[in-house]
Ligand binder design. Structure first.
Ligand code: PMP
Length: 431
């Protein structure tokens, strides 16, 4: 496979951009080899600067649930561009977007648009603190909530792949206010809440984790969390930046039937444009400025072009709810196929899957939390990743990421992916 142009661009990029990329995992550091520089994407495919074409299993890390450059979204963006790029003043589209989100996610009674998932989570914990008058927050080991200081403690995916899970630059004082507990462990959570009684403002969780690879909550785990948060006056924040509008139209909270107090969103609501949002109970959201005293702002927030893309995306998902059934079926077919290949080759790896999210973990342990995720053989994953890439399948360049399907990955493509998977695993096994 030719890689001359990407290699040249990467060398050049490294002189002007730290590590040559604008977000760390993109650098292929944990899998080896040079990142591919993408020039175009359409439907299920990415095309790189050397004209290699790949089946894309990341979908811009989640938002491309309808495939790349989806026609109706492209049309709306084209129309919007003609009316100007940014006004810094309220627009009708922001009202449409807010109403749509509140309609599709019943726990969200009011919502504030921001520009990224990071902004959404940072704002949500500030709000939890403002609302409760308490300081500490709980997060789970291996969960990622963006790069806000308070979250860069046992931070999952990117940080996990880079081998420095905590970042210099985060002060000890900030770290002291972030309590971390293992995912899927009710006992540890109950204990930390007991030890810090009356001090915890909020608990933030990925209801299904995407950032240590795909990890599902145990039966009853989210219900336990809901109950203990209510009892202890802790604001429960579901970080649905990955799962929102993906695992169901109403996100993981709809799928699992659990109602959080606040929800953070991103990715899909921008249809690929830089968008995030946080929302939830009216009583809490009314604390946000200028309605209340908690300050949070954004010059480009609610950007009209981003709103146009997001509104079209959500309208389409709302109108075609059968998409979720199709995505569930595709996810299951892929996971079942991978498990079959593993069995055939007598390899004891683990596949976690729910709906259109899945991960193949290079470990024989059940992956239920950060500790078990860390048992993966990341070196062999790197080999597998590169073999899949050579066969035209673009996976996330880290063991600790979930993969995301789009509606454009049909049965024919699933067959192709499974063939590449079997061949790649075979080649690795043979050495
Ligand atoms: N929360 C979760 C669950 C995420 O997966 C991510 C990003 N992958 C974020 C927050 C941060 O979003 P962004 O990269 O848009 O800042």
């Amino acid at each position: 496979m030719k890689n001359k142009n990407s290699t040249k661009l990467f060398e050049e990029a490294k002189q002007f951009i730290p590590g040559g990329v604008n977000s760390p995992v993109r650098a292929f550091k944990s899998v080896g080899g040079n990142p591919r520089f993408i020039k175009r994407a359409k439907g299920a495919y990415l095309t790189d600067e050397d004209n290699n074409k790949y089946i894309d299993m990341i979908g811009s890390w989640g938002p491309m649930i309808l495939g790349h450059a989806f026609g109706p979204i492209e049309n709306e963006v084209r129309k919007a561009v003609k009316s100007g790029f940014s006004f810094g003043a309220p627009t009708k589209k922001e009202v449409t977007m807010a109403k749509l989100i509140c309609d599709l996610v019943p726990s969200v009674e009011m919502v504030r648009m921001v520009n990224s998932g990071t902004e959404a989570t940072m704002s949500a914990i500030r709000l939890a603190r403002a609302y409760t008058g308490k300081d500490k927050i709980i997060k789970f080991e291996g969960c990622y909530h963006g790069h806000g200081d308070a979250f860069l403690i046992s931070a999952g995916s990117g940080a996990m792949s880079m081998g420095h899970p905590d970042s210099p630059g985060v002060t000890q004082a900030t770290a002291n206010d972030t309590l971390t507990v293992p995912y899927n462990n009710t006992e540890a959570l109950a204990q930390i809440i007991k030890k810090n009684k009356g001090k915890i403002a909020g608990l933030i969780i990925e209801p299904v984790v995407g950032n240590m690879g795909c990890v599902l909550p145990n039966d009853g785990y989210l219900a336990f969390i809901r109950e203990i948060c209510t009892k202890e006056n802790i604001v429960l924040i579901f970080d649905e930046v990955m799962t929102g509008f993906r695992l169901a139209i109403g996100g993981a909270q709809e799928r699992f039937g659990i109602t959080p107090d606040l929800t953070t969103m991103g990715k899909i609501i921008g249809g690929g444009m830089p968008v995030g949002a946080y929302g939830g109970r009216k009583e809490i959201m009314e604390m946000v400025s200028p309605s209340g005293p908690m300050y949070q702002a954004g010059t480009l927030s609610g950007n009209p072009i981003a709103m146009s893309a997001g509104i079209e995306m959500l309208k389409h998902l709302k109108k075609h709810k059968d998409i979720y059934k199709d995505l569930d079926e595709a996810g299951l077919e892929l996971a079942t196929g991978i498990r079959k290949s593993l069995k055939e080759l007598e390899i004891d790896y683990t596949v976690n899957q729910i709906g259109s999210m899945y991960s193949l973990f290079f470990t024989d342990k059940q992956v239920v939390d950060y500790e078990t995720a860390k048992t993966c053989d990341t070196k062999t994953f790197g080999l597998y990743f590169n073999k899949m890439l050579e066969k035209g399948v673009y996976l996330a360049p880290s063991q600790f990421e979930s993969l995301f399907l789009s509606t454009k990955i049909d049965k024919k493509l699933i067959k192709k992916i499974l063939k590449a998977n079997l061949e790649s695993l075979k080649e690795i096994k043979l050495g």
